[in-house]
Design a protein around this ligand. Sequence first.
Ligand code: KG4
Ligand code: ZN
Length: 337
Amino acid sequence: MIVLGLESSCDETGVALYDTERGLIAQQLHSQIDLHAAYGGVVPELASRDHVRRMPALIRQTLAEAGLGVSALDAVAYTAGPGLAGALLIAAGTGEALAATLGIPALPIHHLEGHLLSPLLAADAPDFPFVALLVSGGHTQLMRVDGVGRYTLLGESVDDAAGEAFDKTAKLMGLAYPGGPVLARLADQGMPGRVKLPRPMLHSGDLNFSFSGLKTAVMTQLRDGAVAPADMAAEFQAAVVEVLVAKSLAALKQTGLSRLVVAGGVGANQALRAGLNAATARRGLRVYYPEPALCTDNGAMIAFAGALRLAEGQRGVETHAVAVRPRWPLDSLGAPE
Ligand code: KG4
Ligand code: ZN
């Protein structure tokens, strides 16, 4: 079976083809970074307009890359939420229209399910069950994963997501958009510990996070003293990493599981990977990551999630109604039926 995956929930237009026999066979991605850079953040209306412009050509290029025509498609999977409402409508509208025209099923996919299943696309894929650490721009969650759609929320951020904290802190430090990777690069030139930032909720006794206080602490310290930006960035990154590592270990301990899967944009952070690798190796635990190119938003993870759901017997939606869910709790999904 060949599944076309469409992603347009935020500032990336992603299209991919997943073949249940051959794996990922083609993918195209357009990033809107340049478009939003002048505004220092994603402008939803501009994002939607750009997705509309890019999506048809990306679909044509992806099919051409695989040497296939639309008649080869067995299903269309698209991100139906969570995300920006107007942006989500592009993949949803395109996906439903294509599926209706071709007489094939359409599969609305949860964006975070795409992220958390993406490490299964790697050569060395984890088996179920595992604990997933979802660290994106919009979410920071620890999830117990027993199978496709079988997700139990263990803990989450009570305020800013980890990626959001990176982005907001970068912005107030005057760094270029997108802040996360830029702040991470600056951190590599500094020394953590020269300034001291809190480790929010490190000892809260639960698996929840809070990151919004960190940016306030950065702001106060920048105002009060002469701190080298690289040292501030390094301490900020160290604080986020320390909390993410400690809570991930606590989640493994609480569930008795030995496999940790990291997904979402912040999963690309090298300090986080080093911290998780060291902490898990010491305890005989294992940590899995998506391929670097699949850490941030892409169509491949959506095509793959759709293919897994189809393989487990989920029937596509036949009504071809275009409905998206800008807010959508991941643990409300349920297994395919
Ligand atoms: O998963 P993603 O591409 O989009 C969402 O679904 O949110 O994640 C994007 C987030 C942004 O906040 C970005 O700043 C952050 O991931 N990010 C990073 C790094 N690369 C991306 N944060 C820290 N270090 C990085 N290397
Ligand atoms: Zn994402």
